[in-house]
Design a binder for this molecule. Structure first.
Ligand SMILES: Cc1cc2nc3c(=O)[nH]c(=O)nc-3n(C[C@H](O)[C@H](O)[C@H](O)COP(=O)(O)O)c2cc1C
Length: 310
């Protein structure tokens, strides 16, 4: 179930080692974006999302997971079983909803519908993130314009660099490892506009692009008080918690990370937060267009390749 987690370019940069009374989450540096993400920030956020998915799956089996973060640069966390969860009807229903959300959640890059999400929904996501010590900042209209410019600049900087371009095209191209990367069916046929343009994936996909301008989209920044691996792992757990809560509320989430990858634009984002914290990821929130089906699920690596039992 942890393998269904979202990851940057669907790299799935995680491995699990099951031993003794628990399991260890390891970073797989072979699937790190070494050019766009040399510090491993996005790798660690992705692993944090897988960690959160694992705890949801254990909870659905009736186990409270005990999570200990970070023993070393590649050993990100150890998960052991805590006490059994008392299975009341409400708890069981909630766990099943979360489990179902793992199966249903996906990235939809089409423009969102013209109905905005409510302030209550943003509060639900804020509470979900807060459980992991991570905050959400809802961008004002002026900040959205500023971020739009920074995001377009980040894309241009990355695509002008041949190594960055090669790295991006590898994960959407035919040479990527089977079961990873972003297939054409998840990329839109036409570039999408809106105040913050989606990442430029260099080539068009096959996902029919619904009409829309993203004018009803909301943009939030996931941020926290530190910029160390432990903070990124927490950010990943919070991302997963928010995304599953959004899925349960019928809200579509699209992450934007180019602006985080480029140091200069990450700094712009930090200023938008009045330097009170460190930005981890920007999320577009909205209602997915209902007129056509969304993208099919992206592929995943087989569990036997990711799980080692000793
Ligand atoms: C840390 C992180 C950064 C991401 N950055 C972007 C991005 O900049 N643009 C984008 O279109 N999708 C982005 N995504 C979404 C991934 O591409 C997506 O999760 C992955 O392809 C798997 O597809 P799925 O979410 O539909 O399961 C990001 C996801 C994560 C976890």
């Amino acid at each position: 179930m942890a393998g269904y987690a979202p990851s940057v370019h669907n790299t799935q940069p995680w491995r699990w080692r099951i031993s003794g009374d628990g399991m260890d989450l390891m970073a797989d540096r072979d699937r790190q974006l070494t050019i766009a993400d040399p510090q491993g920030r996005l790798l660690t956020i992705s692993c944090g999302a897988a960690l959160h998915h694992a705890t949801i799956a254990l909870a659905a089996e009736g186990w409270q997971a005990k999570v200990r973060l970070l023993d070393g640069p590649d050993h990100l966390a150890r998960v052991t079983l805590g006490p059994r969860i008392e299975a009341t009807v409400e708890v069981t229903a909630e766990m099943m909803r979360h489990l179902q959300a793992i199966r249903v959640r996906h990235t939809d890059r089409r423009p969102v519908a013209d109905t905005p999400i409510t302030a209550e929904t943003v509060d639900v996501l804020r509470d979900a993130a807060a459980a992991y010590g991570i905050d959400i900042h809802l961008l004002t209209a002026d900040q959205v314009i500023e971020l739009g410019a920074a995001s377009a600049r980040a894309d241009r900087i990355e695509l002008l660099d041949p190594q960055q371009r090669d790295e991006l095209t590898y994960w959407i191209g035919g040479d990527r490892p089977e079961g990873t990367g972003i297939p054409d069916s998840a990329l839109t046929e036409e570039p999408t506009g809106g105040p913050i343009p989606g990442r430029d994936f260099v080539r068009a996909g096959t996902l029919p692009t619904a009409a829309g301008t993203d004018r009803a989209a909301s943009y939030v920044v996931l941020f926290g008080m530190g910029d160390e691996p432990q903070d990124w792992l927490r950010a990943g757990e919070a991302l997963s918690a928010c995304w599953l809560a959004a899925t349960e509320s019928g809200v579509s989430v699209l992450p934007f990370s180019a602006v985080i990858e480029v140091p200069a634009t990450r700094e712009v984002l930090r200023r938008l937060l009045s330097s009170i914290g460190y930005p981890y990821l920007v999320l577009r929130l909205g209602i997915a267009p209902a007129d056509r089906p969304g993208p099919p699920h992206t592929p995943r690596l087989p569990a036997k390749q990711l799980i080692e039992i000793s």
